[in-house]
Ligand binder design. Structure first.
Ligand code: GPP
Ligand code: MG
Length: 285
């Protein structure tokens, strides 16, 4: 996994996404404050039952209790994703597609003791994540690269597991699944957690379009994931609708002074059924 890749930013859209995440640090208190709890920085949402007692008790420490609880739920989400990779051995290699500030990759290296490569088109994120891996003591086995997950430059069949933790809404799914299928060895596993538009409710709701506008992404329909996997020899082995498990996270987030406003369209679209929080695990055949 040492191939040098040419400039990973190929389109104006990709350059705009990279610029968003490179400039995001100036206005990103929600992710940096949560990451400061234990040095694991996430760019995804949470699942599980919140401890609502954090909302009670002394007012002067309530916001701090909220930060810790939101972070715990986001870490639980990453743990669930990693649970679905299957039996990973220390000699295996894993790939994180759109690795953000590195949280899920660092957790994977700590859990499995194996090599993990993360790719991001944000140079700021790559540098942040590499520094974070060093601080967490796993820099010997976790590397973050300024590369495009659609065209990683890594060797075909070299990877035992790949995941995307809420990053697929920035890319064409056919291109992405083709690259992941190329990288995975036969029997390798791809795990995706994503938010997707529900085909059953028809076209994109206004709330889902609001989420697109907030992050500058292009949320796909649920059916597009399965079509792209089927076209690229990726056979789903587990599909879980995490929507009921993530709604309490968003409810709790509305109480945080770090709330960004995007809580409203998430709660609206999850509750009206137009948006779903999905985990898909698929095997390469
Ligand atoms: C951001 O997480 C995640 C995305 C931009 C992808 C969009 C996800 C969907 C499920 C539609 P973040 O942790 O950077 O966002 P925030 O700053 O709101 O916490
Ligand atoms: Mg966040």
């Amino acid at each position: 996994m040492t191939t040098i890749q040419p400039n990973p930013l190929r389109t104006d859209y990709q350059r705009s996404v990279a610029a968003y995440w490179n400039n995001n640090p100036n206005d990103d208190r929600v992710n940096t404050k949560l990451g400061e709890v234990d040095g694991i920085y996430h760019h995804h949402y949470g699942i599980g039952t919140p401890d609502l007692s954090v909302l009670e008790g002394p007012e002067d420490t309530r916001q701090d209790r909220l930060v810790r609880e939101l972070h715990r739920l986001e870490t639980a989400q990453a743990d669930l994703l990693l649970d679905h990779l299957g039996d990973i051995e220390p000699g295996d290699r894993l790939l994180d597609g759109g690795s953000g500030r590195g949280g899920t990759s660092i957790m994977a290296a700590q859990r499995f003791g194996c090599r993990v490569d993360g790719v991001s088109i944000s140079e700021y994120q790559v540098e942040f994540a590499n520094n974070s891996a060093a601080e967490q003591g796993v820099a010997d086995r976790v590397r973050f690269h300024f590369r495009n997950m659609l065209d990683t430059g890594f060797e075909a069949g070299s990877v035992r597991g790949i995941w995307t933790n809420e990053t697929t809404m920035y890319v064409d799914l056919m291109e992405l699944m083709a690259e992941f299928s190329r990288l995975l060895r036969p029997g390798g596993r791809y795990v995706c957690i994503t938010g997707c538009a529900n085909d059953v409710t028809g076209g994109k709701s206004a709330a889902v379009s609001w989420i697109d506008a907030h992050y500058g992404c292009m949320i796909h329909r649920r059916s597009e994931y399965f079509a792209a996997m089927a076209a690229n020899n990726l056979v789903p082995v587990a599909v879980t609708d995490l929507t009921p498990d993530t709604i309490p996270y968003w409810d709790l987030r509305t109480h945080s002074e770090l709330a960004t406003g995007v809580e409203t369209p998430f709660l609206t679209s999850y509750r009206d059924g137009s948006f779903q929080y999905l985990l898909i695990a698929a095997d390469k055949v």
